[in-house]
Design a protein around this ligand. Structure first.
Ligand code: ADP
Ligand code: ADP
Ligand code: MG
Length: 473
């Protein structure tokens, strides 16, 4: 049976995204918020909103408080979004035990996939290639050094429980390895409450290719094609595209089947993503699975016309998938840019403050998943994502030009953002030609230098007000 009310256990743009899907499905929504972010748009857009304390982050992580609230207000399901409790098997279990549907996979699947080494083992058992690495998910320095002597440097140190680009470290010698393992373990312990590490062979200049999976509770598993998320800074994604510009239809089918095989091996249900690296020779390796909605799901939605969040909800309600694999078609191209409150010219330092002017771009092929507005104060406690700008077009060329034009139209003042930096990438010849892999930003240091002379604030405010009234906004 379809849910009556969903508690959205998240904030910002992803809370808005979930609320929008619920509206279309005629499901009531309840938001939770902290005092530090009580003016967030999603707080106003939800049908109900509840202050959860204490502190800016704690309330989003307090499992018992969230489940108690859901029961008290008659919410029959919880959507965790990404980050926070989305990959917490204990939380999924608590929901289940309290008679509330967790909109995501089973606690068992989350538990298994939450550990990169267990996920690698599983991929291996179903015949999917993985990167050469240590078998143990908790290696000591000597064991790691022995592996590296055989496998050869460079290698990558990874936290078994890692995520969000944290705990990753490339090392090029045994000396570096010995120095780095201790720091990595300490970092991983602090970030994930688990300091165990493993080591993987470092693949030079790969593409990050990931497959979006949808699986229902009736045994149907499909993939919605791939995304190329190679434009990264410090192993964190900045720009994502779909489809990949380098995958052949044959390789797409093969990798898609590999992704499905892994999902089937854990009896996976709901939306999930299998991440792979594709090396210079066109060989692919599974690296990890994300058992949740991802930030970049929008690009897949734009080329497949499938609403992934709506699918998550109906799968959790027990409904079968609405489409079969043969019905999935990839049309045109899509690019997503993460509009972050960060200063790219200053090492991407987070920027907070009040937004003094805001006007988002529009026109053909433009989609905004935003969480900000004029006069909103960007709180310093959360991740820097203000909005996601996704465009689609018929050809790659058209899509890049459209993204450039949209970034040009974007007025967002009061905090420093990634907009001018992203605009520069859209002008850069290698990007325009589709020549990029995960080393792209390192190989283009000039992108971090741009003219930051901007029009005076009052002029921008006046222009954006004039455009807004002209467009009847
Ligand atoms: P996280 O859980 O933090 O997302 P991932 O294992 O998904 O960590 O890796 C994040 C990124 O780091 C990848 O997209 C890729 O750019 C880089 N990376 C990960 N493993 C390797 C590897 N073995 N060789 C080269 N780059 C890697
Ligand atoms: P995506 O793979 O969807 O692009 P990101 O890696 O950008 O996701 O992470 C999305 C959000 O989830 C970020 O706020 C990130 O810090 C957080 N996150 C990702 N993995 C974890 C994790 N294992 N534990 C805690 N937070 C995480
Ligand atoms: Mg990853």
């Amino acid at each position: 049976m379809m849910f009556k009310k969903i508690l959205v256990a998240n904030r910002g743009e992803i809370a808005m995204r979930i609320i929008r899907a619920c509206r279309e499905l005629n499901i009531a929504t309840a938001a939770i918020y902290s005092e530090a972010d009580s003016t967030g748009i999603y707080v106003k857009k939800a049908d109900e909103a509840y202050l959860v304390g204490p502190g800016p982050v704690q309330g989003f992580l307090d499992m018992q408080q969230i489940v108690d609230l859901a029961q008290r207000i008659g919410a029959d399901a919880i959507h965790p979004g990404y980050g926070f409790l989305s990959e917490n098997a204990q939380f999924a279990h608590l929901c289940q035990a309290s008679g509330i549907t967790f909109i995501g996979p089973s606690p068992q699947a989350i538990h298994l996939m939450g550990n990169k080494v267990k996920a690698r083992e599983l991929a291996k058992t179903v015949g999917v290639p993985i990167v050469l690495g240590t078998e143990s998910g908790d290696v000591g320095v000597d064991e790691a050094a022995a592996f590296c002597r055989t496998a050869g440097y460079p290698v990558m140190i990874k936290a078994s429980a890692g995520g969000g680009g944290r705990g990753l470290r490339v090392v090029r010698s045994e000396q570096e390895l010995r120095a780095s393992m201790e720091t990595s373990a300490r970092e991983a312990q602090a970030a994930f409450g688990d300091g165990s590490l493993f080591v993987e062979k470092y693949i030079e200049r790969p593409h990050h290719i990931e497959f979006q999976i949808l699986a229902d509770r009736h045994g149907n598993v499909i993939h919605l094609g791939e995304r190329d998320c190679s434009i990264q800074r410090r192993h964190q994604k900045l720009i994502e595209i779909a489809p990949s510009l380098i995958l052949t239809p044959r390789l797409r089918a093969e990798m898609g089947e590999a992704a499905i095989a892994i999902a089937q091996a854990v009896d996976y249900d709901n939306a999930g993503t299998m991440e792979f690296l594709l090396d210079q020779e066109g060989r692919y390796y599974f690296i990890e699975m994300n058992p949740r909605i991802q930030v970049e799901h929008t690009v897949t939605e734009q080329i497949t016309a499938v609403d992934i969040v709506r699918s998550q909800i109906s799968i959790a309600a027990g409904e079968p998938l609405e489409i079969r694999q043969e019905e999935v078609t990839l049309q045109g191209h899509a690019i997503q840019c993460r509009i972050n409150a960060e200063d790219p010219r200053n090492n991407f330092r987070p920027s907070t403050g009040t937004i003094t002017a805001y006007l988002s771009p529009g026109g053909i092929g433009v989609r905004i998943d935003g969480a900000v507005y004029k006069d909103y104060s960007v709180p310093p406690y959360y991740d820097a994502l203000l909005a996601k700008l996704t465009v689609r077009g018929r050809t790659w060329d058209e899509t890049v030009s459209r993204m450039h034009r949209s970034l040009e139209e974007y007025v967002l003042r009061g905090v420093k953002t990634t907009i001018p930096f992203l605009k520069k990438i859209m002008e850069e010849p290698d990007f325009r030609a589709g020549r990029f892999d995960t080393s792209y930003l390192e190989a283009h240091p000039d992108l971090f230098e741009y003219d930051a002379t901007i029009e005076p604030e009052d002029l921008v405010v006046a222009i954006s007000a004039a455009i807004a009234s002209y467009e009847g906004l």
